[in-house]
Every structure is written in structure tokens, then in C-alpha cells.
Design a protein around this ligand. Sequence first.
Ligand SMILES: [Zn+2]
Length: 247
Amino acid sequence: MDINNSLVSRFYSQIILEDFSIQDQENLLKKEITIIGCGGLGSPVSIYLAASGVGRINLVDPDVVEIRNLHRQVFFQEEDIGEFKVDVLKDHIERLNSHCKVNTFKSKSWEINFNEYSSEMIFDCSDNFRTKYSLNEACVNNNVPFCNASVSDSDGQIALFANKVDSHCCYNCLFPENGDIDANDCAEAGVLGPTVSLVASLQALIGLKYLLNKFNDTETIFRVSSKKISIEKNKILSNSSCRLNKL
Ligand SMILES: [Zn+2]
């Protein structure tokens, strides 16, 4: 079976969409993306992207699966407790789609050498501000698109910053660093599993569309409320006093 026949048989339901083509499917296979944080957001995001046909996925997370994760991190099972999350996900993805190549990094995100791989997009699925700010800075400085998401209580938010060479608008423009960035980690707030899954699905969808040049809402924040069952979107403006704004 040639590559086109094999793609059509596997991804038939995607390819027949009006705004999706076999060429898009071939392009996805050539994409390499990195997912930082493999918990409630990162595990479904990585599985959806692998199932959709992304060719290479780097998974970064230093943690092992714990019993308290299982109510929202539904790709992990009781038998995985004590195993590294990246190892469990890699195994799951490779059994799901053997054409997807997975690299794992059992490190904290700010200890990763981003030059070790040529990722086309960073997905921030972390649960702490230190990671979000350090990833944002690395992505701005290297002009790498940054797909950020977070969830806390009944609220979630997603934003994709393109980080193009000739314009500046970043996570730091929206949320300037101040005070103790190690305080108020999202991990400490309560959350329902389906709320996390809703935000993760949107993050995966937005990232997928951007990878295929089909996403026009960069530098826009999508605010999700699972209490009101609503999604609001607002344009993010560049902040001239942002310390990362070198233009
Ligand atoms: Zn900025």
C-alpha cells in the first residue's frame, strides 16, 4: 500500500472534511512538536495530536503517575502508578499510531536544552507559572510558536502566540511577571476532569489548525468556563513595556 492509500484508509474521516486534504495529512506527518507537562492537559493533547497524524512528538515531564492524578488524567491507569508519565504516554502513543515517533525527557521544562530538537511548536500544558514564563521567554527568543493553556477550578484559558520575527505579543505582555511566581500554582486548586479535557481538546484543535496554516486567531485568549458552559475570546495586545519586547 503506498503512502497515500495508507493515509486515506487511516485518516479518511479527517480527509473528507471540506477544509482538510491529503496534502495536509502528509504535512502533519512531517511536523515535530513538543509537549511540556504530561498531566491533565498534556496527556490528551499528545494523544489527540498523535492520533491526528503528527509525525514527531517530544514529551517533557519529570513526574510519575500518582493515584490523585487519575480522576482527570484519564489516559493513566491504576497499574501505571509509580511509572514515569512520559514513559506511559510514549507506550500508549506508539501502540495507537506506530508512525508517530516519540522522544521523552524526564526533566523540568527549564532544564531542557531546546536546541536538542527542532520543534515547530511548544505546547505549554504545565501547571505552574515558573514553567509558563520560562517557556514563553524561550519561545519569544527563538521565534517558536507557543500554544499556552491552563486550567483552574471551573475556568480554563488557551492562547497561541506566533512569535514571528517582525512582531511581538507574548504571554508576558498579557500577564506581566510580578510577585512570587512559585505561588498560586494551578495544581493546588480543585478541578473537575471534564473541565481539563475541554481545555485540552481546544488546545489540541488550535495547535493542529496552526500547524496546517488554518488558524487565524493567534494572539487571542480563549476563556472557557465549565460553570457557565461558555467560551469567550478576546484579542491580546502587544505590551510596549514587556521586558521581552525587543522591537
Ligand atoms: Zn511580551
